[in-house]
Design a protein around this ligand. Structure first.
Ligand SMILES: Nc1ncnc2c1ncn2[C@@H]1O[C@H](COP(=O)(O)OP(=O)(O)O)[C@@H](O)[C@H]1O
Ligand SMILES: [Mg+2]
Length: 259
């Protein structure tokens, strides 16, 4: 266990004002991620998953509560926390190398940048595509570039906000393998938000189920799969059924936009 990478979320509340109304988006969220662990979060649209990730990343300040990373309170954006979105958000006029180096340009000298970019290109399997522009790459390859760019800052924590939602099924499975490999190799603490229950079980050591209005943690599952993580095994199916049941139990399919 690595204390430096530990994420402790305590009593997080988030409220937004819309006109004269207050929208309670997150209510008393408590969660501990051990250093180097992998936690998946599932929950219906609008239950505050992205809001929670933004708070952990220091992009938003919560109404109440605190997030600590390696014991230090999160107060603003920091290179310790990387975040990956559904859209790859690459710069279209920069090639692969330049996109990866984009965030570290001011912090390192030229040799350090070159070495980091080279290492990351190897890591994400893009050798030979260093000079390609984003438009010349498939969706999966663009995703690899986005992952490499995020890793360039050497984050302790990687937040993934439905990162594979726009990919086709096979590319998605491929990327899931890549993320698993990276996680095992780099020892980064991972928090994955997804609407795909299979993905949550396949990747997470824990699956946290959130429910909306206000966003709360409903239940947390510890996933213990035998080493091969087979998606077709009986134990996988057992988790799938249990989580589905949790998800739809209270059928709070209230319209997302209703305040
Ligand atoms: N900056 C904001 N101002 C007002 N409301 C917001 C803001 N950000 C998110 N919300 C609202 O918070 C709720 C949760 O949003 P979000 O965290 O994006 O949910 P999820 O990622 O689970 O789909 C939604 O109702 C959304 O409209
Ligand atoms: Mg979201």
């Amino acid at each position: 266990m690595n204390r430096e990478n530990e994420v402790v979320i305590s009593h997080i509340r988030q409220e937004f004002s819309i006109g004269d109304k207050t929208l309670e988006v997150l209510k008393d969220i408590n969660l501990e991620l051990q250093g180097g662990s992998f936690v998946s979060v599932v929950g219906q649209s609008g239950c505050g998953k992205s809001t929670l990730l933004r708070i952990i990343a220091g992009l938003d300040i919560p109404t109440g509560g605190e997030v600590r990373i390696g014991g230090n309170p999160v107060q603003s954006v920091s290179p310790d926390v990387g975040i990956l979105f559904q859209e790859s958000r690459l710069l279209p006029w920069y090639n692969v190398e330049k996109n990866i180096a984009y965030g570290i340009q001011e912090k390192k000298n030229r040799k350090e940048i070159r070495d980091t970019v080279y290492e990351l290109i190897e890591l994400v399997g893009l050798k030979g595509f260093e000079k390609a522009l984003p438009e010349q790459l498939s969706g999966g390859m663009q995703k690899r570039v986005a992952i490499a760019r995020t890793l360039a800052a050497r984050p302790k924590v990687l937040l993934l906000d439905e990162p594979f939602g726009a990919l086709d099924a096979f590319t998605k499975m491929n990327m899931q393998e890549e993320i698993l490999k990276l996680w095992k190799k780099e020892g980064i603490t991972m928090m994955l938000v997804t609407h795909d229950i299979d993905e949550a079980i396949y990747l997470g050591e824990h699956v946290v189920v959130m429910s909306p209005k206000p966003g709360v943690i409903k239940r947390s599952f510890r996933i213990e799969l035998t080493s091969d993580r087979s998606r077709t095994s009986a134990e996988f199916d057992r988790y799938r059924k249990e989580i589905f049941a949790e998800f739809f139990e209270d059928q709070t399919m209230v319209p997302e936009y209703q305040i």
